[in-house]
Design a binder for this molecule. Structure first.
Ligand code: ADP
Ligand code: MG
Length: 344
């Protein structure tokens, strides 16, 4: 497959700026998860990549070839993009096989070119070929939609929130099958999602889109542990922010002297700690103490709400669901692992 390169891309609808000076590079054969809240411009970006929308400024190249820029607008059918749209992906009046071969030349359509192979690639049995889309579950329909997008051997595959209508169990299985199929064909792919954990678990790289702007593109671990701003930290997961004083590879705050792997600030900082880094133990004088003010139970884990006795900052701790702690109790708290700091 081919690399995808976006430079200085802009798009406005009337007075509203929807894509704002966007730069993005996706190497050949890699999967980028594009994460952003609803309305941030994700679908608009995919539609511009496909050629359904023109760009106001900037450029898009696929495999080194310009497909969009000032004065250039290659029509969608010449871009070699496989697109799985957000809704209504399959044609209800066509069989699974006819859906899959829909984008192929007539002669290949007639012979149901590679239908069994593509069904196998997305983890579905060959006999599904003659079924109607309505005879499949939502997850199976999404797999067929991917098979259809892969059939013409596209240069790039774009998937717009392909799992958002599925319930949790089906969603995970379908995601695994889809990611495996993309890997098997060595796809250059963009997977759009508004779900943080989906983005962090799917992409080799994750790009965060916010009001049409790219906030950060990074590996999932870097993005979660070292987001560029406190606001981005909060968007990616629950965060605790405490005032601190940073030194060389350490930072001192109400939770003690903590390790920070990068020296990106000295002096007054904000310290980012994730709730799963907070360890709870019976009260001891050697460690900071906190009072439990509340608890949320989620089954697989629980969140304890705590108020630090020195300083009175409220923090949260993620724990297993089967602990014996109760609201009102005093406990000791410590921090596991390195933290990140932001200049104040
Ligand atoms: P997302 O997919 O991230 O939810 P969209 O790209 O669908 O976001 O939309 C981004 C913004 O652009 C929204 O405010 C939306 O209302 C607006 N928008 C999208 N398409 C059009 C259009 N064809 N005409 C006018 N406004 C549009
Ligand atoms: Mg959308």
């Amino acid at each position: 497959m081919s690399e995808l390169s976006i430079q200085g891309l802009c798009k406005q609808f009337g007075q509203q700026v929807v894509i704002d000076q966007l730069d993005l590079h996706i190497p050949s054969g890699s999967l980028l998860a594009l994460l952003g809240p609803s309305g941030s411009g994700k679908t608009t970006l995919l539609r511009m990549l496909c050629g359904f929308e023109r760009c106001d400024a900037g450029s898009i190249s696929i495999g080194g070839k310009r497909v969009s820029s000032a004065g250039i607008h290659l029509p969608p059918e010449q871009r070699r993009i496989g697109y799985v749209p957000q809704e209504g992906a399959l044609f209800p009046h066509l069989s699974v096989a006819d859906n899959i071969v829909f984008g192929l030349p007539r002669s290949l359509r007639k012979q149901r070119h590679r239908v069994a192979e593509l069904l196998d690639m997305v983890g579905l049995p060959a006999h599904f070929a003659d079924r109607a889309p309505q005879q499949l579950s939502g997850g199976q329909q999404q797999r067929v939609a991917l098979a259809r997008a892969l059939a013409p051997e596209p240069a790039v595959v774009l998937l717009d929130e392909p799992f958002s209508a599925l319930d949790t169990g089906l969603r995970n299985d379908t995601r695994q099958a889809v990611l495996q199929a993309l890997k098997a064909v060595g796809a250059t792919a963009v997977l759009v999602t508004h779900d943080q954990s989906e983005a962090l678990s799917s992409g080799e790289q994750v790009a965060v889109l916010w009001q049409g702007r790219l906030l950060q593109q990074d590996s999932p671990a870097n993005l979660y542990c070292r987001p560029r701003t406190p606001e981005l930290a909060g968007f990616l997961g629950e965060s605790i922010l405490l005032p601190g004083i940073a030194g060389t590879l350490t930072v001192e705050c109400e939770l003690g002297m903590l390790a920070q792997p990068e020296e990106n600030a000295h002096g007054a900082v904000e310290v980012l700690i994730r709730p799963e880094q907070i360890r709870i133990s019976p009260p001891s004088r050697q460690q900071p103490q906190a009072r439990i003010t509340g608890m949320e139970y989620f089954g697989h884990d629980a969140t304890l709400h705590l108020e630090l006795l020195d300083g009175r900052h409220a923090i949260k701790a993620r724990t297993t669901g089967w602990h014996d702690y109760q609201p009102g109790q005093t406990v000791s708290v410590s921090v596991d692992g390195p933290v990140t700091v932001f200049k104040r």
